[in-house]
Design a protein around this ligand. Structure first.
Ligand code: AMP
Length: 432
C-alpha cells in the first residue's frame, strides 16, 4: 500500500514524501482512513511504529477540510496530550513537519519552559496545542487558554499518563472541552485501566492493534549479561569502547545514578551526557541535541526523561539497571529498532535484580538470551529470595521492585568472586 491510497491531500503527501517515507507503516495504514472518516480510535501501538504520523496526518487534514479562511483570529481546534515534555516537543515537531504546507500554528504547552512566553503565544493564537497535563492546567487556572472549541482530542502514550498519575488532570481537562468531538487514544499497551479510560473518553471507537500486547519489536536482538553490580560500569565502558559504538542510550534507575554514571564514563574517555528530570529543560534539550548530532556517543537517562524520545536509527540500548516496573522494559527497548531498523538491547543484570528479570520474562512470556561469556566470573541470576508480597506503588498501583528484598550477600553466587577481573584485552571473546 502507498501513501497515495490513504485519502490524504496533496499538501500532506508532499510533506510525507519530503521525509523520504516510501510506504505507510501498519498503524498508519489502519488508523489514517478511520480518523479521516471522523471516527474515534483506540490504538494499541508502541512507540517506533510510526504512531505519531498516524494521528498527526489525518488530524491536520480534518482541520484543513473545515478551515474557515475568513475567520481572523485562531482558536484551539485540536488538543494533543502527552505524558512528558520531550514527547510533547517531538509531537510538535511532527505537526510542524507534516503540516509545513498547511496554514496551521502549533504551540507546545509544557513544563520547564517559560510560562510568559507561552501566554504570549497563546494570545497570539494557535490552532493546535500539544501539552503535558500539568502545565495545561496551570494555564487553565490562570485563564490563559480557551479549550471550548476543541474538535479533536488526542491522548498519546495514555498508558504512561496513567502510570504517571495524570488521571485526575485528564478528567479535569475533559470537563473543559466539548463533548461533541473526535477522540483518539494511543497506548503502547491496552490493559484494563486503558480500556476503562477509553470507555469514558471515546465514543464507539474503532480498535486498532498493531503490536502484540506486551510484545517487543521483532527486529531488536536482546541479551542479558549476568554481572556483579560493581563491574557493570567497567563492562559497559568495555562494550562501548571495544565495539566502537557511536550511539548508545543507557537506562539507569535514578537521577543520581545517571549523574554518577555520566561522570564515570567521561572519566573512561567516553563522550557522555545525562538526561533526567532534575535537569533544566534547556539542559535536557542540549543533552538530546548533542546525542542526536553525535557530539556525545552515550546518553544516560532515567525512564521518565527518556519516555518518547525519538532518535532515528538508534542502534544500541543498554539497561544498566533493570526498570522498576516490568512494562518499562518494553518501553525502553522500543527506543531501538524503530520503523523497521534493526537494533540491539542489552541488559546488565546483577544477582540483586534476578527477581526483576524474572518478572520481565514473565511479562514477555519468553526468556531473554544470556551471554555465556561476559569476560567476568559468571553469576547466577536464579531468584534466591523473591519478596513474599509486593507493595503496590502509591501512584501507579503497579508492582514496584523497589520493595524487593536484597538477596543475602553471603548467599552462594551473590558475592563477587575475590579474583573477579576482566580478561586481558587480547584474549578471545565471544564472537559477535
Ligand atoms: P513514532 O512511532 O511516531 O515514534 O515514529 C517512529 C519513527 O518512525 C519516527 O522517526 C518517524 O519519523 C518514523 N516514521 C514514521 N512513519 C514512517 C514511515 N511511513 N516510513 C518510515 N519511517 C517512518
Amino acid at each position: 500500500m502507498s501513501f497515495n491510497q490513504l485519502g490524504l491531500t496533496e499538501e500532506l503527501l508532499k510533506a510525507v514524501a519530503e521525509q523520504g517515507y516510501s510506504k505507510p507503516t501498519p498503524v498508519q495504514q489502519q488508523a489514517i482512513p478511520i480518523i479521516l472518516d471522523g471516527k474515534d480510535v483506540l490504538a494499541g501501538a508502541q512507540t517506533g511504529t510510526g504512531k505519531t504520523a498516524s494521528f498527526t496526518l489525518p488530524l491536520l487534514q480534518r482541520l484543513f477540510e473545515s478551515i474557515n479562511l475568513h475567520q481572523k483570529s485562531r482558536r484551539i481546534r485540536a488538543l494533543i496530550l502527552a505524558p512528558t515534555r520531550e514527547l510533547a516537543l517531538q509531537v510538535v515537531e511532527s505537526v510542524q513537519t507534516y503540516g509545513k504546507h498547511l496554514p496551521f500554528r502549533v504551540e507546545a504547552i509544557v513544563g520547564g519552559a517559560s510560562i510568559n512566553m507561552q501566554i504570549r503565544n497563546l494570545r497570539h493564537g494557535c490552532d493546535i496545542v500539544v501539552a503535558t497535563p500539568g502545565r495545561l492546567l496551570d494555564h487553565v487556572e490562570q485563564r490563559n487558554i480557551n479549550l471550548s472549541q476543541v474538535e479533536i482530542l488526542v491522548l498519546d502514550e495514555a498508558d504512561r499518563m496513567l502510570d504517571m498519575g495524570f488521571l485526575p488532570d485528564i478528567r479535569k481537562i475533559m470537563a473543559l472541552i466539548p463533548k461533541q468531538r473526535q477522540s483518539l487514544l494511543f497506548s503502547a499497551t491496552v490493559a484494563n485501566e486503558i480500556k476503562s479510560l477509553a470507555a469514558q473518553l471515546l465514543n464507539n471507537p474503532v480498535e486498532i492493534a498493531v503490536a502484540k500486547q506486551n510484545a517487543t519489536a521483532d527486529n531488536v536482538s536482546e541479551r542479558v549479561y549476568g554481572i556483579n553490580k560493581e563491574y557493570k560500569r567497567a563492562l559497559l565502558s568495555y562494550l562501548i569502547g571495544s565495539n566502537n559504538w557511536k550511539q548508545v542510550l543507557v537506562f539507569v534507575r535514578t537521577k543520581h545514578g545517571a549523574d554518577r554514571l555520566e561522570k564515570q564514563l567521561i572519566e573512561d574517555g567516553i563522550r557522555t551526557a545525562a538526561l533526567h528530570g532534575d535537569k533544566t529543560q534547556g539542559a535536557r534539550n542540549k543533552a538530546l541535541e548533542y546525542f542526536k548530532t553525535g557530539k556525545v556517543s552515550v546518553l544516560v537517562a532515567t525512564d521518565i526523561a527518556a519516555r518518547g524520545l525519538d532518535i532515528d536509527d538508534l542502534p544500541h540500548v543498554v539497561n544498566f539497571d533493570l526498570p522498576q516496573v516490568p512494562e518499562d522494559y518494553i518501553h525502553r527497548i522500543g527506543r531501538t529498532g524503530r520503523a523497521g531498523a534493526s537494533g540491539e538491547a542489552l541488559s546488565l543484570v546483577c544477582p540483586e535484580e534476578a527477581y526483576a528479570l524474572a518478572e520481565i520474562e514473565k511479562l514477555l512470556k519468553r526468556a531473554i538470551p544470556r551471554v555465556a561469556d561476559t569476560g567476568y566470573e559468571p553469576v547466577s541470576l536464579k531468584v534466591i529470595d523473591a519478596p513474599k508480597k509486593h507493595t503496590p506503588n502509591k501512584n501507579t498501583g503497579k508492582k514496584d521492585f523497589r520493595h524487593t528484598k536484597k538477596p543475602d550477600r553471603n548467599a552462594k553466587n551473590s558475592k563477587p568472586a575475590q579474583d573477579q577481573k576482566r580478561k586481558p584485552q587480547g584474549e578471545k571473546r565471544r564472537s559477535r
